[in-house]
Design a protein around this ligand. Sequence first.
Ligand SMILES: NC(=O)c1ccc[n+]([C@@H]2O[C@H](COP(=O)([O-])OP(=O)(O)OC[C@H]3O[C@@H](n4cnc5c(N)ncnc54)[C@H](OP(=O)(O)O)[C@@H]3O)[C@@H](O)[C@H]2O)c1
Length: 352
Amino acid sequence: MRVSVVGATGAVGQRLLEILEARAFPIRSLRLFASDRSDGKFISFSGRSIRCEVLTPGCFFESDLVFFDASDAVSEKWAPQAAAAGAWVVDNSAAFRLDVDIPLIVPEVNGGILIERIKRGVSALSPRERIIAGPNCSTVQLVVALAPLRDHWGLRRVVVSTYQSTSGAGSAAMSELQSQTAAVLEGREIASQLFPHSIAFNCIPQIGSFKDDGTTSEEQKIMQESRKILGIPDLRISATAVRVPTLVSHGESVNVECEKVFSIEAVRKVYQNLMGLVLQDQPEDKIYPMGFPGAKSTVEGASGRDAVYLGRLRLDTSVESGLNFWIVADNLRKGAALNAIQIGEMLVQAIG
Ligand SMILES: NC(=O)c1ccc[n+]([C@@H]2O[C@H](COP(=O)([O-])OP(=O)(O)OC[C@H]3O[C@@H](n4cnc5c(N)ncnc54)[C@H](OP(=O)(O)O)[C@@H]3O)[C@@H](O)[C@H]2O)c1
């Protein structure tokens, strides 16, 4: 594939390049794009140094596959141009996620939709139909955990509270956490630029902007995208999104009410045999999912790894068929870059 990456210098873009290299994605040529701030900067990939470019009309004419990891505005403007030039587009922004004619894909959950589309043949597809969206990072890990419950026992209601790391807001947001933390420890004044309040030593119950109904744009994304990916347009789901002072990996406390009665052993068995999910649930040994348990910990952390980790699995006896669990995943990998590459691998397999 002739591959292009837009947003190659960002938190997701950098992770995408690492994973493309590590998984030996079949790349014939690679072009890297970012803003004019990065024009001419060299980025190493597979032992080569590749010069970062700015987007210009016609720049996608020699691309088969373009990963977009910049902003909604960049995707809105440039993704249709890439598709019109004949490329497949895998877009990680929110620009197209809820469009009815654009598939929103988490391969383990609804990859079949993409296979159906590819089977129609590239020539039968309009440029717009070659755009594939990747979900919000919090949505990805949630639907990986919910899909098997939907399949076995049906979903009646879902309540999710997120604990989202600063990298979910990009690489500059990680720097803000680090510089604010140092400032607080050194007794200096702190300034908040990207977050509405200080993120050092604080949790902020606001991600995105507030809507008229009191929810935030992030909470809306989690609810609407989950409904679309799970194929349940009227799923009763309620989300609260909170930013926490960590660098990488999002945690989510999930409460589910199922349609049918189940045993906790049956749920455990399903999760033990699920692709892309690791059941990490031995509370008696203090083993449960975490992002970064510390260099000396024997517990495997989710940060830098591919899977969604699930633990603290227990019945919620306040309702008839209730379940509580805790999930953690690396938001930059499964929540964004890895998911996009898995979509790219499906394309390679189907049309390569
Ligand atoms: N972070 C996550 O966990 C996550 C998860 C799922 C989806 N996403 C989505 O992935 C995208 C990237 O997020 P991120 O966290 O990686 O953000 P980021 O760290 O802020 O990186 C943004 C990237 O976009 C580039 N860019 C900015 N303006 C541009 C322009 N006009 N033309 C071309 N490139 C431009 C930046 O280049 P410069 O370095 O030159 O400024 C940088 O490479 C966003 O749409 C985000 O919503 C992120």
